[in-house]
Design a binder for this molecule. Structure first.
Ligand SMILES: C[S@@+](CC[C@H](N)C(=O)[O-])C[C@H]1O[C@@H](n2cnc3c(N)ncnc32)[C@H](O)[C@@H]1O
Length: 277
């Protein structure tokens, strides 16, 4: 089997069974307005409140956006709300169904160009996108350089790739390693354990999960023909700080400073390297 087939099979095994983040919806029924509202408020109110600002959703009016890895369509709706003309692609039918439902519930279908089921690498897309956005996806792709090169070809001149990916020097990665040593006692591989904790996969059936340093991810991007133009390290939540953490603003100064040092996400905006065209 090819690398991409292995990583897709593992990803489908996890996300067809349980939609990403659906545990945050509690007892709300899958696909109900309450379901999306609870996931949205956890995402933008607690876990990743920085997403709309860091990825410049406010400046998407009239722009053609391709999102790779749509999840529950929370960011899709937010981007459409800001005027994006939106296409999403995902290998998971479960996620595509939920994203469509969310877009329909918000009566945002007029700006929906397409929702496509398929592996980005093997799917023909019209291209000429102003923005390609992908949060929490690239670190699950086995053959990322081929993916990035494909994405580069789908951008229009001057277009931007905007991605969020896991960071090695982060509080959450230290937590993964510490619990692997102390709780799992290295019975499983670190990849298996990290996938189990971070992605809720069954032990023994991990998704691909690559947790990299700034230097490593910059090298991957440059080798695939991108020039990073903006970088932020984000993703430090109040529950990481005992006692006083709960008094801190989710997207406030203190947690932003902590994230700058030990955030879970590299947030990067990059453009195609024109010297290669
Ligand atoms: C961790 S989820 C992130 C979803 C969403 N962006 C979010 O932040 O909630 C990863 C997503 O990437 C999708 N995915 C994984 N491999 C893919 C591929 N080769 N092509 C398209 N989508 C893929 C998965 O099905 C899943 O929806």
């Amino acid at each position: 089997m090819m690398d991409s087939e292995i990583s897709n099979a593992a990803a489908l095994n996890v996300w067809e069974r349980e939609a990403v983040g659906s545990q945050r919806a509690g007892d709300a029924s899958l696909g109900s307005p309450e379901y999306f509202e609870r996931i949205r408020s956890y995402r933008y109110g607690y876990e990743t409140p920085f997403i709309p600002r860091t990825f410049r959703f406010e400046a998407l009016s009239g722009k053609r956006v391709l999102e790779v890895g749509v999840g529950n369509g929370i960011d899709a709706v937010e981007m459409i709300r800001h005027g994006a003309v939106y296409t999403g692609i995902d290998i998971s039918r479960n996620h595509l169904r939920l994203a469509r439902r969310h877009i329909e519930l918000k009566r945002a279908t007029a700006q929906l160009e397409d929702l496509i089921e398929g592996d980005l690498l093997y799917t023909e897309l019209p291209g000429d996108y102003d923005v390609i956005y992908s949060f929490g996806v690239l670190h699950h792709i086995a053959h990322e350089s081929a993916y990035l090169r494909k994405l580069r070809g789908l951008l229009k001149p001057g277009g931007e790739l905007r991605i969020g990916i896991y960071s090695r020097w982060s509080f959450f990665n230290f937590y993964l390693v510490a619990t692997w040593l102390l709780k799992n006692r290295m019975r499983n591989s670190l990849n298996d354990w990290s996938s189990h904790i971070a992605e809720r996969s069954e032990l023994g059936q991990p998704v691909v999960i690559k947790i990299r340093s700034y230097r490593q991810i910059m090298r991957v991007l440059r080798e695939a023909g991108f020039v990073p133009i903006h970088y932020e390290k984000r993703g430090f939540v109040k529950n990481y700080i005992p006692v006083v953490g709960r008094w801190l603003a989710s997207d406030g100064v203190v947690l932003s400073i902590c994230a700058h040092i030990l955030g879970w996400y590299h947030c990067i905006i990059a453009v195609p390297d024109i010297s290669l065209q």
